[in-house]
Design a protein around this ligand. Structure first.
Ligand code: ZN
Ligand code: FE
Length: 255
């Protein structure tokens, strides 16, 4: 395999990701919460950072970029819609477009909801989607700027990717997300089994990210608002999918 994916814990509970192309020796970073763990991960592998993809403008995803710019010559990509509040971009992108990174196609998905300019990046050759604070393991980002309907549509865009896609999301919130998910679907066996694994991983201090998209579809309540059994569990039989999603998001905010 020529593409190597590395998950880097940053700050209190953030993740950044490195993708390294062994042929071209280019290395891509997704999000820059802080610089030192990223520099340490690069140095440990003898890699030079060449590219950065930003998912959204929040400080815990961009604040490490200035330091990295000083240490490396970087090509930085982010959402055109948020160019005014992101660090200076070398490539401004929009949903639906695809660009080349080191001979690999990077598809840009618009995923508004957490912020309006939030994007995700899908790299089929890496079998990975970088979702930031949109789709998370057993959860999704809070709705700071967008509506529930927008986030539901955004998650649908990600859910349409192949089931074996690794979901590289921005935070280690999985255990708390899962505790909430169990209140929505206590009888979901896949969820119960996953939570046992998540608790075991966290007890050892291990990451639960990346996860697999197929597993998210089977266990993440925010991807399951269209299912009759989920609507029934919430007493919302016959309600619109987006309304059910909004109710799940509301309950999570109060959980
Ligand atoms: Zn955020
Ligand atoms: Fe965040």
């Amino acid at each position: 395999m020529t593409l190597e994916l590395v998950t880097i814990p940053c700050l209190a509970d953030n993740y950044a990701f490195l993708l390294h192309d062994g042929e071209s020796r280019r290395t891509l970073l997704v999000d820059a919460p802080e610089s030192w763990p990223i520099v340490a991960a690069l140095e440990a592998r003898g890699w030079t950072l060449t590219d950065v993809l930003l998912t959204h403008h929040h400080y815990d995803h961009v604040d490490g970029l200035d330091d990295l710019r000083q240490a490396f010559s970087l090509e930085v990509t982010g959402a055109a819609a948020d160019a005014h509040r992101l660090p200076k971009l070398d490539r401004a992108v929009s949903g639906g477009e695809t660009f080349d990174w080191s001979g690999h196609a990077v598809a840009v998905l618009d995923v508004p909801g957490h912020t309006l300019g939030h994007v995700a990046y899908y790299i089929a050759d890496a079998g990975a989607v970088f979702t930031g604070d949109s789709l998370m393991a057993l959860g999704c980002g809070r709705l700071f700027e967008g509506s529930a309907a927008q986030m539901w549509e955004s998650l649908g865009r990600i859910a349409a990717l192949p089931g074996d896609t690794r979901v590289c999301s921005g935070h280690e919130y999985t255990e708390a997300n899962g505790a909430f998910a169990l209140t929505v679907e206590p009888g979901n066996e896949a969820l119960v089994a996953r939570m046992a694994e998540v608790r075991a991983l966290r007890a050892k201090g291990d990451a639960t990210v990346p996860s697999l998209l197929a597993l998210e579809k089977a266990t993440n309540p925010f991807l399951r608002a269209d299912l009759p059994q989920v609507k029934a569990a919430l007493g919302m039989e016959g309600a619109q999918d987006a309304e059910v999603f909004a109710e799940i998001r509301r309950r999570k905010d109060d959980f």
